[in-house]
Ligand binder design. Structure first.
Ligand code: FAD
Length: 511
């Protein structure tokens, strides 16, 4: 009897270092590589603040479709192809498993709560139906569950303690796939190729929302190679020292969207870095090195996996409870790049247009929205990032918003990024602002970061009247920062009191 395997792609959109693919192809007469367009992520939403689905903006959807086209093309070179379906993944899979008489089901392990729930449901079905399931950890360097177990059942809450537990990851798979078993009979299915964004019901992607980053494994490997070519740059890489305003040639690798979709294996990336370090006289180390950045990713995956309600304030035991404001007008001004602070607004335009911004740019706007100026809930900012980033990643995005809002991991709320002077350090002439906010193109350099301070005659000459062509600041930073620090101080005191009465209570109960 024929032995049929089904490989369900979700992330892990690659051929290299793909243990699920490796296992699926072994001893199989037919292999069905499947991707399911899940309405949970992809249903068009015309009420959302920017074109796209409820959870994803057009740039990320486009990036995903390009990654699928590339995957399909690679599979075709190996004698196979990608089969694309649309619908609830559980229902689609049950149908396919039955119709194709599948004996082996393979998919990459995923730590996100949404996939955990789905995957458990699917595993239960498969085991009852006598189908073998293989679900390896290959999205991350380590299995978060192993690290948590080594730490006595709790996730490590600092990067340094994480590093001590983590050790060295296992290497990527050494095998190169040269051919795949053929796809079996797939008749009777309507949609079997990668759709265009238009076919998905989104209309054309406009120039407004056009990211310069193209999706796919081929692009990921090319980008990795280009990044690592300069061994000196890799060996000297120090994260906080990179320039957030460099946009023509970003100061970091921009490999995050490829890691997010698994177009690039993190283990392969790690191994390549290790090789560069071996050939360098000296190199930087974690947390600031490039390898250190990959380990930040692991750190957040581990904490996210081991922390119930990681993506919210309420019910999240590692998150400070802070009485954030709920001011829709300010939130929208921030989201729509209308705060009146050019550094903040330029970043928000880049985010919307490109779907990627530098780490310190993320710091600037996240701090501004939360504890720096507007005192708006980090979950609201997280939602905007989740939608607009092409690298939007559940564990990393939530982890960094917790960090930046001083809700967890980092608690020095007195250290605030100035929306005026921070960017100036890197880009004194304001080229970044002039590019992303062309309305300020002719503003003289001395006013580019604070155009409301320019005399009216200067504004007139620059063709930009503040309050008419570009907004006045939505808050006075000097005033806002004092208010925010006061509120943070009060919230921290309250959290301390709540924690000490909670521990007294539990002490009493244990006696
Ligand atoms: P590089 O500096 O070249 O680093 C290489 C890789 O290391 C990155 O691709 C990424 O996978 C990982 N990495 C780097 N910095 C971090 C970090 N601080 N935490 C975890 N992993 C890291 N990154 C995402 O991938 N997805 C997100 O949704 C996301 N949301 C963020 C939200 C906020 C508020 C902040 C402050 C940061 C967020 N980051 C996120 C982390 C970081 O900004 C990006 O990973 C990084 O800027 C991506 O650019 P790069 O690939 O050039 O990074």
């Amino acid at each position: 009897m024929a032995s049929n395997s089904l490989l369900w792609f979700r992330k892990g959109l690659r051929i290299h270092d793909n243990p699920a693919l490796e296992h699926a192809r072994k001893d199989s007469d037919h292999l069905y590589p499947v991707f399911i367009i899940d309405p949970h992520f992809m249903e068009p939403d015309s009420t959302a603040f920017s074109p796209g689905s409820t959870r994803a903006g057009l740039n990320r959807i486009q990036f995903l479709l390009e990654s699928l086209v590339d995957l399909d093309s690679s599979l075709q070179k190996l004698g196979s192809r990608l089969l694309v379906f649309k619908g609830d993944p559980f229902e689609v899979l049950i149908r396919l498993l039955k119709e194709w008489d599948v004996k082996k089901l393979c998919f990459e392990y995923d730590t996100e709560p949404y996939y955990q729930a789905r995957d458990n449901q699917l595993k239960d079905y498969a085991s009852a139906a006598g189908i073998e399931v293989f679900s390896p950890v290959s999205h991350t360097l380590f299995n978060p569950a192993d690290i948590i177990q080594k730490n006595g059942g709790k996730p490590p809450l600092s990067y340094q303690s994480f590093l001590k537990l983590a050790g060295k990851p296992s290497p990527p798979l050494a095998t190169t796939v040269s051919s795949l078993p053929p796809v079996g009979n797939t008749r009777d299915y309507e949609m079997l190729r990668v759709p265009t964004i238009k076919e998905l019901g989104y209309g054309d992607i406009s120039q407004e929302e056009f990211s310069p980053y193209r999706g796919g494994e081929s692009e990921a490997l090319k980008r990795l190679k280009e990044s690592l070519n300069d061994g000196q740059w890799v060996a000297n890489f120090e994260k906080p020292k990179t320039d957030p305003s460099a946009f023509l040639k970003p100061a970091t690798t921009v490999l995050s969207p490829y890691l997010k979709f698994g177009c690039l294996s993190s283990r392969y990336f790690y191994q390549c870095l290790d090789d560069v370090y071996k050939n360098a006289k000296k190199h930087t180390s974690p947390p600031v090195s490039l390898m250190g950045q990959l380990l930040w990713r692991e750190f957040f995956y581990t904490v996210a996996f081991g922390t119930p309600n990681f993506d919210r304030m309420k019910g999240n035991r590692i998150c400070k409870q802070i009485p954030w404001n709920d001011d829709d007008e300010l939130l929208v001004a921030w989201r729509e790049a209308r705060t009146g602070y050019p550094w903040i607004d330029a970043i928000m335009v880049q985010l919307r247009k490109w779907g990627w911004i530098h780490h310190l740019a993320r710091h600037s706007v996240a701090c501004f929205l939360t504890r720096g100026d507007l005192f708006i809930h980090w979950e609201r900012g997280r939602d905007v990032f989740e939608r607009l980033l092409i690298d939007s990643d559940w564990a990393i995005n939530n982890g960094n918003w917790l960090w930046l809002s001083c809700s967890s991991f980092f608690y020095q709320y007195n250290r605030v990024y100035s929306p005026v002077s921070f960017g100036k350090k890197y880009d004194p002439k304001g080229n970044y602002i002039r590019h992303f906010l062309p309305v300020l193109r002719d503003m003289p350099t001395e006013y580019i970061y604070a155009p409301w301070t320019a005399p009216l005659s200067v504004q007139t000459k620059a063709n930009c009247i503040i309050g008419r062509d570009y907004p006045k600041p939505v808050v006075d930073h000097e005033f806002a920062i004092k208010e925010c620090k006061k509120k943070m101080g009060e919230a921290y005191t309250l959290n301390r009191q709540m924690n000490s009465s909670a521990s007294e209570e539990s002490l009493k109960r244990s006696k």
